[in-house]
Design a protein around this ligand. Structure first.
Ligand code: GAL
Length: 360
């Protein structure tokens, strides 16, 4: 890799000159800092739409132009979108990868052009051409999901045995392993003691992943598990790493009669506090979600871009944990919050993430 850190400071000056010269064409207030390419993974989930919107707003407020693209869950499409952004000579790239290992070649091009790269929410693996990582404490997300299950089932009080089924995220997303490991670290002792039993026998990460975090894929897998392993039993808990997966699992459970007086829904976790899932929590279907403040995430990423392009070292709070196979990527990690029926009003409504009317 070229000496990117040294190059970044001179880039700051270059990008300023370049964009000032562009001011004749565009509004000066939106071009003084340069242009930032933002590559997001999918429009199929509300959270990524919010991430994109927030990043654009925050960067515009700092005087940058933005080019926002969505890869629609197709790794090849994302690679060519990023190649286009590089050809359009963006000054920085913010990327939430679809397949964390598919970007090595295109990021070589970014490095050759001295374009700094921020890995957004999902860590890009196997390349040193990624400068910084901004995300949440991903293991903590998994821990919060597991703690919720432990608490609701009363496992610490020795209750059980209970039946649990495990779901994980997309195998090509680095976060998947962190969420799963964080959760399993807390659940494993109860599995060892047989206070928790996985009737399907599917406990290894590779058996429980859900390609592209797809809800219908999760529904299909849950249907299969219910028909093969739960004919005369009931499921007491489902570890789900993401709201879209929880909604898929719930739909399978409903088709097997769960949600009735004699067959209540299991404890089911989630992540992202998506509108449909918060409504489901209020309706007593999904039990919990993990809220991650996307506005804050976008703000940290926008600050990082601004610092890098102005030759300053960005604010970091973790330099060691996130190793991508080529290096430990300097990171800023935010804290997630567990949300259920008892605290959603306080966290999500009073906190300004949703209005009360949106949750009706
Ligand atoms: C992960 C992200 C989660 C969730 C999931 C599916 O990478 O950390 O919050 O959004 O993707 O989109």
């Amino acid at each position: 890799m070229r000496n990117r850190r040294a190059a970044l400071a001179s880039l700051a000056g270059a990008s300023l000159a370049l964009t000032l010269s562009a001011c004749g064409k565009d509004s000066a207030s939106t071009t003084k800092g340069g242009t930032v390419g933002i590559a997001m993974p999918t429009r199929a989930s509300e959270r990524w739409l919010n991430d994109g919107k927030s990043m654009v707003t925050d960067l515009k407020n700092k005087g940058y132009r933005t080019k926002l693209v969505y890869g629609d869950d197709d790794p090849k499409a994302q690679v060519s979108q990023i190649a286009d952004l590089i050809e359009q000579r963006v000054d920085a790239l913010v990327i939430a990868a679809i397949d964390n290992r598919s970007l090595n070649d295109v990021l070589k091009k970014a490095a050759a052009e001295d374009i700094p790269v921020i890995s957004y929410d999902r860590l890009i693996l196997g390349t040193e051409n990624v400068d910084y990582y901004v995300s949440f404490d991903n293991e903590q997300v998994g821990r919060l999901q597991a703690l919720y299950i432990v608490d609701k089932l009363g496992l610490d009080d020795g209750k059980g045995p209970f039946n649990i089924e495990l779901f994980a995220g997309s195998p090509d997303d680095n976060n998947t392993r962190y969420f799963f490991d964080g959760a399993m670290h807390l659940l494993q002792p109860y599995l060892d003691e047989k206070q928790l039993v996985v009737q399907s026998g599917q406990t290894a990460l590779k058996q429980v992943t859900t390609l592209r975090w797809d809800g219908p894929t999760a529904r299909k897998r849950m249907n299969g598990i219910l028909s093969s392993s739960y004919v005369n039993r009931k499921v007491d808990a489902v570890l789900s790493p993401y709201d879209g997966i929880s909604i898929g699992v719930l739909s399978a459970l409903k088709s097997y009669g769960y949600g009735s007086a004699g067959k209540p829904f299991p404890v089911i976790t989630g992540q992202d506090a998506e509108l449909a899932s918060v409504k489901s929590i209020i309706a007593g279907e999904q039990s919990q979600t993990v809220y991650k403040d996307i506005h804050q995430l976008a703000e940290v990423a926008a600050d990082m871009v601004d610092d890098i392009l102005n030759g300053r070292t960005p604010r970091l709070n973790n330099r060691r944990s996130y190793k991508n196979g080529a290096k430990a990527v300097p990171s800023y990690l935010l804290q997630p919050t567990s949300v259920d029926k008892s605290n959603y009003e306080y966290v999500l409504v009073a906190g300004g993430y949703y209005t009360a009317a949106e949750l009706k």
